[in-house]
Design a protein around this ligand. Structure first.
Ligand code: PLP
Length: 427
């Protein structure tokens, strides 16, 4: 290659193209031989001698380019080596191709717009992530009309899918009620109706559940949650094997501009490397916490896949390696005040929204306008703290409800776990 510094008249096409430094297509593909865990650890690493062993972080809005623009390497809205490394890792997890977006909602919007032409309805769970329902409602003028349905009621799903050309928008386990739907049966219904099936796979992730294998056209992710795992990123993605849909999603991303930031993509790729470790521990601890909560005198109901006897067989078949970090429970006497008091009484579990981070968090879910969860439902995201510490904190916070009169002494004032006094009840 010519040295451009030595020859000021050098042809610009001879100048080193920064994207060549870490083109993800050069990355070795261990996915055929090794496990998903090994794939995630090594994905995004260029094994060329002399190059950094860590994935690229390329904060570039432009690329050196002249003549006909090279796809994805002329302007930063069309491509970035960092996103592509993340997409390669995530796509490999589900044997598909990933398209990353600025957030889970940006990914959902691109999907809804890409699938709307020729379809009148978007059949979606009445108990799923409320942001999906709000978005579908806003997009009514641009295509499909949202139709709420109970995904466990297969006859109802079949009926709704056959009324008119539709998209089936599934979510399992659902956020925040953790209800499990049978993806194989939903996939068969969608196929019979000629409807593409989208599955929001945010709660389970591709490590615990593989929707494309059940006939889904697309697997949707908020990467903000478990994939990034450290509560410091907003990002989303779609994984698919449908070339036409993937092209439409990339076109919507480029023209709509809902692109991932390079640093966010880098953080998410780093998070993916430890996802198997985190999610295994979180699944194990969440099951222990769910079992502990069941039977507590101030807990009316616990929601977690695997402990709901009506769907535990489906849950075990669909998620054989664990049920993920998210659970929810309803406190007695069933009002918002009781749940707010419990949330405010923790000393370790952080009062905050979202889920999938290394730190345990919880919130009364119905505090969000538009959320249809019961007033006294607390959604808890189990982090990687030892189960015993979480149970100590839970017992303390729920213990407040055993007092006749709530006290000020139960407010948490330190983030340090330690010896936690039993709540003192004012007489
Ligand atoms: N899907 C589910 C199940 C979610 O819980 C969320 C966010 O909470 C989203 C999608 C939207 O993701 P984001 O917040 O990254 O836009």
């Amino acid at each position: 290659m010519a040295d451009p510094m030595a020859d000021p008249m050098a042809d610009p096409s001879d100048v080193a193209d920064p994207s060549d430094v870490a083109d993800p297509s050069d990355v070795a593909d261990p996915s055929d031989t090794f496990s998903a865990e090994s794939w995630l650890i090594h994905a995004g690493t260029d094994r060329t001698p002399g190059l950094p062993a860590t994935p690229p972080l390329a904060p570039a809005s432009i690329y050196v380019s002249a003549g006909p623009p090279r796809p994805g390497r002329a302007y930063g809205r069309d491509g970035n080596p960092g996103w592509e490394a993340l997409e390669q890792a995530l796509g490999g997890l589900e044997d598909g191709e990933a398209v990353a977006f600025a957030s889970g909602q940006a990914a959902s919007m691109a999907l809804m717009l890409a699938l709307a032409p020729g379809r009148e309805r978007i059949v979606m769970p009445n108990d799923g992530y409320y942001g999906g329902r709000v978005l579908a409602d806003r997009l009514r003028p641009h295509g499909a009309v949202p139709v709420p349905v109970d995904l466990q009621d297969l006859a109802a799903v079949e009926r709704e899918l056959t009324v008119a050309p539709s998209v089936l928008w599934a979510e399992t386990p659902t956020n925040p009620l953790l209800r499990v739907a049978d993806l194989a049966r939903l996939g068969a219904l969608a196929a019979a109706a000629g409807a593409p099936m989208v599955v929001d796979n945010t709660v389970a992730t591709g490590l615990l559940q593989r929707p494309l294998e059940a006939g889904a056209t697309a697997s949707l992710y908020s990467l903000t949650k478990s994939v990034s795992g450290h509560s410091d990123v907003i990002l989303g993605a779609v994984v698919s094997r449908d070339a036409e849909l993937l092209a439409a999603l990339r076109a919507w991303r480029s023209s709509g501009g809902g692109i991932p930031g390079p640093f966010e993509a880098w953080l998410a790729l780093r998070g993916l490397k430890t996802l198997p470790l985190r999610i295994a521990r979180q699944s194990h601890t969440a099951l222990a916490v769910a079992r502990h909560l069941t039977g507590h005198p101030r807990v009316a109901a616990v929601h977690y896949p695997g402990i709901d006897t009506s769907t535990s067989e489906v849950a075990r078949r669909q998620m054989p390696d664990g049920f993920g970090p998210l659970l929810s429970f309803e406190v007695l006497p069933g009002d918002a005040e009781a749940a707010d008091t419990v949330v405010a009484s923790s000393r370790l579990i952080l009062p905050a929204t979202s889920f999938g981070g290394v730190e345990s968090t919880w919130e009364r879910r119905a505090r969000w306008p538009g959320e249809t969860a019961p007033a006294a439902l607390i959604r808890m995201s189990v982090g990687v703290e030892p189960a015993a510490d979480l149970i100590t904190d839970l017992d303390h916070a729920l213990g407040v409800l055993l007092c006749d009169v709530l006290t000020e002494t139960t407010r948490w004032t330190t983030t340090r776990p330690g010896s936690i006094p039993r709540p003192r009840c004012r007489s």
